[in-house]
Write a protein that binds this ligand. Sequence first.
Ligand SMILES: C[S@@+](CC[C@H](N)C(=O)[O-])C[C@H]1O[C@@H](n2cnc3c(N)ncnc32)[C@H](O)[C@@H]1O
Length: 361
Amino acid sequence: MTDSPYPEIKKTHTMAHTGRPWRDRKPPPSASVWSVIQGFGNYWTLVAAIDLGVFDTIERLRSTTVNVLAVDLKVALIPLQHLLDALVSLGYCDQVDDIYELTETSERYLTTQGPASMAALVRGAPGPHQNWTHLADTIRTGIVTEPIENDMAGFYGPLVQATFPTQLRASTRLGARLGWTRRPNLRVLDLGAGMAPWAIGVLQSSPGSTAVVNDIPGVINLAQATVEQLHLTDRVEFRSGNFHDIEIESDQYDIVVLGNICRTEGDELSRSLVARAHDALKVGGSILIVDYFADKTRKFNPFGVQMGLTMLANTVRGAMLTDEQVVKWLQDAQFTAIRLLEPIGFHFVYVADKQLTTFTH
Ligand SMILES: C[S@@+](CC[C@H](N)C(=O)[O-])C[C@H]1O[C@@H](n2cnc3c(N)ncnc32)[C@H](O)[C@@H]1O
C-alpha cells in the first residue's frame, strides 16, 4: 500500500482485528515532543542572554544592530546574531531588518532593573541543575543527588534576592486587598522570611506595625540589610534559627506568614508549622500560606504540578502541595474563614483566621 500516509495504522487497526479503531485517524503531531526537547535549548538561550547582559545593554541602547551590540558586549558577531534571532523566536526581542529591540516582556521581567525583574531567578529557580539530569535515579530510589538542604544558605541566599521583587509585589497587593493600610499596629511573624518581602509588605502598609523575622544564619543577614535599607530596623526583631524549633510566643500575632516554605517541608512538618502559627496568633489573627498549589486532581494547574516535581528533584522532603491538603492542615488546626487569593498571576495565598473556639453542647 503506497497511498496511505499512515500505513502502520491502516494495517493493524481494522475492525476485524481490534474492534472500532478509536485511534484510526491522523496521529497526533510530534510538536509537543520537539517543544520539550527545544525547551532545554531555550532555557540555556535565556541564561546566556542574561549572563552576557544582552537585555540590560539593549535597554540602555533602546534599539541596536548586531554590530553595535557585539562591540558593546565584546562578543563574536555571528554567534550573537544567532542568539538574538533565537530571542526573537522566544518573544523576548523584536527585530525589523537589522534593528533589535526589547519586547515589553523582556523589559519588565528580564532586565536587571525591570519593574518585576526575574533576571536573577532564571538560573536559581530550577534548583541545582545537575539534579535534573539524575531525575530518573531520584524517582527510582527516592534519593536526590544534591539536595538543597546540603547547603541551605548557599542555595537560598541568591534565591531570596532573586525572588524579592516579585514577592514584595505580591505581599503589597495582598495587603491592599486585606486592608492593611486601614489596620495600624499589626504584629507580624514571618517564618523562613528570606529577605522578608512579606513582613516588609505589612510594615510598609500598616502604620505602627512591627515584625518578628525568622530565617537561618547566613540568610537572615540579608533580611537585616534589606530592612535597614528601607529604614524599618526599629520595627523589626530578627529571630535566627530553625522555624521548627525557635521559640514563638502564644496569642501574640495578628499575622503569621508561611511564605513559600511549606513546599520543601513535606506534609507532616508543614502541618506542624500551621499548628504553630495557630498557637502564635491572637484570636481574630490570620495565617498567610503563600505557595504554588496543585488542584486536587493534580491536572488543572500545571504550574503547581511542575513546582511539585521541582521540589521532588531537589529537596529531601519537599513535594507537590494540593489545595485539598492545605485546607485539611488549616481545618485540623481549627482555622476558619479559609479563602484563597491570587495577588499576582499564578501565585496563590491561603488566608485563614483564628477564631475563639466555641463549644456546643
Ligand atoms: C523559598 S524561600 C522563601 C522566602 C520568603 N518567605 C519569600 O516568600 O520570599 C524559603 C526560605 O525559608 C528559609 N528556610 C528554609 N528552611 C528553614 C528552616 N528550617 N528554618 C528557618 N528558615 C528556613 C530559607 O532559608 C529561605 O529563606
